[in-house]
Design a protein around this ligand. Structure first.
Ligand code: UT7
Length: 331
């Protein structure tokens, strides 16, 4: 969906959206009855194929989302069913736009402790399902997407090196969806009053996101005895190009080291960071130091320091030495 299409629905313009957010277009999931698990299952299937991994080799799958297909069961359960992962542990994580970093903190510990040999984290959101396409202050910002990563033990010492997380429930007043939860179950009145849509106080969130993400990036770099000059890639949550550039300028990261995909996808909530990794994979080299940073509803925020463990160019080119699924013994 382009900015031009949106300008036929609400009082906005391509010029305003590009100048204030950097977004030019976003993807909208079409098709009756399709939810977040549909996109997430496609991402997981692609990941299994690309890495030559059989579904039976996966020990645990976590899905970060705020737009689950249903309240019960979890979207992770539905993804596993769709891709043929039978009886493994799977569950959802809800930390809004920080969901991928929160999920990474959980899932990397399965690998570090040896409780899992292969684990999948998928970030996915069908944001169009909670957007009010009559509200120009929110509907122009978001898009639908899912993207997934596979984690496995590394014998080089590379991988997820550190993660720090924060939350502040007082931020609820600035980002929330009023109805549909246990405080205000769905009713004819809640639908009529349009309370099932995302509410966002943009300027308040803009300020908080810039301040907290900057502090978190500084903290994770300094507590690992690194300097910002040693960071190869900054992978920020993609909410607004102005937020991303303000953080880069504040902490001193050159713009050419910043991953940016929001121009074509908008803010895809839990999917933004893995979508960046997918988009930039061919430029990633073994040993590159990456800092992920996210901020979102809750408030929640945090960052991760990751040392890239494989040659992204070769992986993107060779399809990760993909073994045909048929050559991998079934369970
Ligand atoms: O993922 C984590 C959650 N989300 C975020 O991090 C989003 C953070 N916030 C933002 O990205 C920005 O605050 C927005 C993009 C949402 C808004 O940009 P802003 O520069 O903060 O604009 P504003 O809300 O202060 O509004 C400025 C003007 C207002 O008009 P008046 O009152 O000055 O006459 C708005 O009504 O722009 C108007 N406006 C629009 N005009 C055209 C607001 N939305 C639109 C629009 N098109 N879509």
């Amino acid at each position: 969906m382009t900015n031009a299409e949106l300008s036929t629905m609400v009082d906005t313009s391509d010029e305003w959206i590009v100048e204030r957010t950097g977004i030019r277009e976003r993807r909208i999931l079409k098709g009756e009855g399709l939810g977040t698990s549909h996109m997430a299952a496609e991402a997981v299937k692609g990941l299994l194929e690309k890495t030559g991994t059989h579904p039976h080799e996966i020990d645990v799958l976590v899905c970060a989302t705020i737009t689950p297909d249903m309240i019960i069961p979890s979207t992770a359960n539905l993804i596993c069913d769709a891709v043929g992962m039978r009886h493994i542990g799977s569950f959802d994580v809800q930390a809004a736009c920080s969901g991928f970093v929160y999920g990474l903190d959980i899932i990397s510990q399965y690998i570090e402790t040896g409780r899992a040999k292969k684990a999948i984290l998928v970030g996915g959101d069908k944001m169009s399902s909670i957007l009010d396409f009559k509200d120009r202050t929110t509907c122009i910002l978001f898009g639908d997407a899912a993207a997934a990563v596979l984690l496995e033990p590394s014998n080089t010492g590379r991988g997820v090196r550190d993660i720090e997380l924060h939350s502040d429930g007082a931020g609820m007043q600035h980002i929330h969806q009023k109805a549909g939860g246990s405080r205000m179950p769905a009713s004819a009145a809640s639908v009529e009053q349009r309370l099932h849509y995302l509410y966002l106080n943009g300027p308040a969130v803009f300020r908080a996101a810039t301040e907290h993400m900057s502090a978190s990036v500084r903290e994770i770099v300094s507590r690992n005895d690194l300097t910002l000059g040693e960071i190869d890639w900054f992978v920020p949550h993609q909410a607004n190009k102005r937020i991303i550039e303000a953080i880069a300028d504040r902490v001193g990261i050159p713009h050419d080291k910043v991953m940016l995909t929001l121009e074509k996808f908008g803010n895809t909530t839990a999917a933004t960071i893995p979508l960046c990794l997918w988009d930039y994979e061919s430029r990633l080299k073994e040993g590159d130091k990456l800092v992920f940073a996210a901020f979102g509803g809750g408030y929640t925020w945090g960052s991760a320091l990751v040392e890239w463990a494989y040659d992204g160019a070769a992986a993107a080119k060779k399809g990760m030495q993909a073994r045909p699924l048929s050559q991998i013994p079934a369970e």
